[in-house]
Write a protein that binds this ligand. Structure first.
Ligand code: UDP
Length: 355
């Protein structure tokens, strides 16, 4: 019998790509996502991408802070594991409105964990972020590096990682895998699912995309005085489909081993500068991206990329796509869906959904 997996935030960027891979991997999937996400449109597309396995998908609009609703869901369905991707993720917004972030990301996760315990479901894949490495003193980042949170968003991830470690220490029946995402970009190669744009993008690739679509005049490059190959910031970009496959690898590990509570980096293991990424995107979209060179963005690290040795060794997982494919698929999605899942009016409303 196929296993049943709950995916929180399953209509979000990482969640939706993960659900496609889960369905193709013969899992039954139940998605919950917040009431104002474009849940139905996304999941119809997800089901279509999964072909005959699309029938194994169910979804509900639900806020994790609504504990009675969560209880009800767990009372009617027995889940073999939970993949928890839901959460707010905009750094700037978290600085302006920390309580919103603590309320969503912390209270929502605690509710989920409590309901899991009360229904005996003790297998979890938790979406964390490379943001917990703060300003790493060296690269590549290995999972045992010291952790540090530079803003409220990062702190919610760090807190929840610690909560996971504590609940495992208190009850060794738990099996928990914490995945530290580096910088997810790209979209499903079909171009039918991708990241839904929401207001002014915080992240590099969604911003470049808007310039390429003619919606913004130029890209502001934050910092051209770093001690990196071309003086611009370096990050580890990972194709969202590779990231989705990392969740399947983690899930298999949960079912096939006595994992305890472990952390894995999900990145490509390669550092790419802002200018390298711009150039790859220009090739993919066939347009010039005008640049405005500016000062460093406050709080930014200079260079961050992952060591992927642990994930390769223990999860048997490795990223397959490079930045060319990431930019190709990002542009394919953007040109087919210039306003994401919504109409022009809806595309600018503030997103409060998931990773
Ligand atoms: N960046 C930039 N212009 C932008 C957005 C980002 O130059 O409009 C740079 C940023 O300074 C960093 C890199 O692009 O060096 C990745 O930024 P992003 O916010 O996407 O990821 P994070 O810094 O959170 O890893």
């Amino acid at each position: 019998m196929s296993r049943s997996i709950l995916v929180t935030g399953g209509a979000g960027y990482v969640g939706s790509h993960t659900v496609v891979q889960l369905l193709l991997g013969r899992f039954k999937v139940v998605v919950i996502d917040i009431p104002n996400s474009p849940l139905e449109i996304v999941l119809k597309r997800v089901a279509k991408l999964a072909g005959e396995f699309g029938k194994n998908l169910a979804f509900y609009q639900m806020d994790l802070r609504d504990k009675p609703a969560l209880e009800k869901l767990f009372a009617c369905t027995s889940f073999d594991a939970v993949i928890h991707t839901a959460g707010l993720k905009a750094v700037r917004e978290s600085v302006k409105n920390p309580l919103l972030y603590y309320n969503n990301n912390v209270i929502g996760t605690i509710n989920l964990l409590e309901v899991m315990v009360s229904h005996g479901c003790k297998k979890l894949v938790f979406s964390s972020s490379a943001t917990v490495y703060g300003w790493p003193k060296e690269v590549p980042c290995t999972e045992d590096f010291p952790l540090c949170a530079a803003n409220p968003y990062a702190r919610t991830k760090l807190f929840m990682e610690e909560v996971c470690r504590d609940i495992y220490s208190s009850d060794s029946e738990w099996k928990i895998i914490i995945l530290r995402y580096f910088n997810p970009v790209g979209a499903h190669p079909s171009g039918s699912i991708g990241e839904n744009p929401s207001g002014t993008p915080n992240n590099l690739v969604p911003f470049i995309q808007q310039v390429a679509l003619g919606r913004r005049p130029e890209l502001t490059v934050f910092g051209s005085d770093y001690s990196t190959k071309d003086r611009t910031g370096v990050r580890d970009y990972i194709h969202v489909v590779d990231l989705a496959n990392g969740h399947l690898a983690a899930l298999r590990k949960l079912f096939d081993s006595n994992i305890g509570c472990e952390v894995y980096n999900l990145g490509s293991g390669k550092g790419t500068s802002v200018l390298e990424l711009v150039s790859a995107f220009e090739k993919a979209c066939g347009k010039k991206i005008p640049l405005l060179m500016a000062g460093r963005r406050p709080g930014d690290a200079e260079i961050v990329y992952a060591s992927t040795d642990k994930a390769e060794r223990e999860l048997n997982w490795k990223a397959e796509y490079g930045i060319e494919e990431m930019c190709r698929d990002q542009w394919n999605w953007a040109s087919k869906n210039p306003f994401g899942y919504g109409s022009p009016d809806h595309s600018t409303s503030q997103k409060t959904s998931s990773s």
